[in-house]
Design a protein around this ligand. Structure first.
Ligand SMILES: *[C@@H]1O[C@H](CO)[C@@H](O)[C@H](O)[C@H]1NC(C)=O
Ligand SMILES: *[C@@H]1O[C@H](CO)[C@@H](O)[C@H](O)[C@H]1NC(C)=O
Length: 356
């Protein structure tokens, strides 16, 4: 028997909904029914609905407390994507989860470790246990999935390093985003969770402690705009994580140096397609060069929709969300960055990463 596609709503109508969620969802519109887009204000909801109508002619515009109640009380809407300011996402997710909706929440999982702890215990106290997924596209980028497999070829690991020189300048649509400016940890936390997710995905083990220095040089950005951290991995390897929020010559690079070779993942483009170049250097002429265009957002959305359908079929709550989407994975990324920012405030004192 053909399964009914899940009915979903989008909570949020900001830049990311307009320029990423709507176009990516439009590419896979056969997999679900988009019922509504909600925002606090009617104007903002209307703006996003206008864009969405081209691909989803029946999408409804909902706003304010009344619109939210209508979505909550509509039992046919089984899943929601929460795409709000970093400061308010967790409260909204918990409210919808409590009402029994499966939630895909945008990263960062929370604004701090203390918010994560409160949120997790609150979620555990509910009688229902819908899916709480974190949308972290890096865990779905094929470059990291394949890079992880190639890691076995580098042998014993000597060093792991991540060098991020971002391009968060006035031309970037997120540059003026007010919630990001008021966010504790600034762009380092908001953007940094992606790069930590990539690093954790590639090395396949957790970061246990860090020692970092932070600084604030570019006054057009919220503080800090630079972090340089050493990282200790739980299996004995170690390395560095460096992030500059805005540079004139962007670079996004991960390298793992081993006894038998080095693996590198670097953002780039080929034939106008943006993605990641994955290279395995073995020093004997047997280098492997691969290129994977971005597809993480689409893959993550597809996974959430499939998990949501499955969860709806298995009414006994025995389903498990795919681990790359799990809230705990998102929590771990935030915990690493919070430890780095904390260490930076204490002039590089070693800080243990809170385990989730
Ligand atoms: C853990 O670290 C060692 C080197 O200390 C390395 O050889 C090994 O591949 C690592 N394992 C994982 C799962 O990261
Ligand atoms: C902002 O960064 C982008 C990407 O590096 C670059 O193309 C653009 O020229 C920069 N704009 C400004 C105003 O610096």
């Amino acid at each position: 028997m053909a399964q009914q596609p899940p009915h979903i709503a989008i909570i949020g109508a900001g830049i990311f909904v307009r320029n990423t969620y709507i176009p990516r969802l439009a590419e896979i519109s056969n997999l679900f029914v988009l019922r509504a887009i909600w925002s606090r204000s009617e104007e903002s909801a209307q703006g996003a609905v206008e864009i969405a109508k081209k691909s989803f002619p029946n999408v409804e515009c909902k706003w304010g407390e009344t619109g939210l109640s209508e979505i909550i009380n509509d039992a046919s809407i089984i899943g929601v994507a929460v795409v709000l300011a970093g400061q308010t996402q967790v409260d909204m997710s918990l409210r919808l989860l409590k009402a029994g909706k499966h939630v895909l929440q945008e990263k960062p999982a929370a604004a701090s470790v203390s918010e994560l702890e409160t949120a997790i215990s609150c979620y555990k106290s509910f009688n229902v246990a819908p899916i709480w997924a974190i949308a972290e596209n890096y865990r779905f980028e094929p470059a990291f999935v394949e890079g992880r497999k190639l890691l076995t070829e580098v042998g014993d690991i000597i060093n792991v390093h991540t060098i991020i020189e971002g391009s968060m300048n006035i031309s970037n649509p997120y540059f003026s985003s007010s919630w990001r400016r008021g966010f504790n940890g600034g762009f380092i936390l908001d953007m940094g969770v992606h790069f930590i997710a990539g690093l954790r995905m590639l090395v396949g083990c957790e970061i246990t402690s860090v020692s970092a220095l932070t600084s604030h040089v570019d006054g057009t950005l919220p503080p800090p705009d630079h972090i340089s951290s050493t990282i200790q991995l739980e299996n004995g390897s170690s390395g560095v994580f460096v992030m500059v929020v805005s540079s004139k010559s962007p670079k996004v690079l991960w390298r793992v140096v081993g006894l038998k070779g080095t693996i590198q993942i670097e953002r780039g483009d080929i034939d106008g397609k943006h993605g990641y170049a994955v290279t395995l250097f073995t020093g004997d002429g047997g280098n492997k060069n691969l290129f994977y265009p971005f597809s993480g957002v689409t893959d993550e959305l597809k996974t959430f929709l499939a998990d949501t359908s499955l969860a709806t079929l298995k009414k006994d709550q025995s389903y498990q969300v795919e681990h790359r989407l799990s809230f705990l994975e998102g929590a771990r990324d935030v915990a690493v960055l919070e430890a780095m920012l904390e260490s930076g405030k204490r002039q590089g004192a070693t800080v243990q990463v809170r385990k989730f």
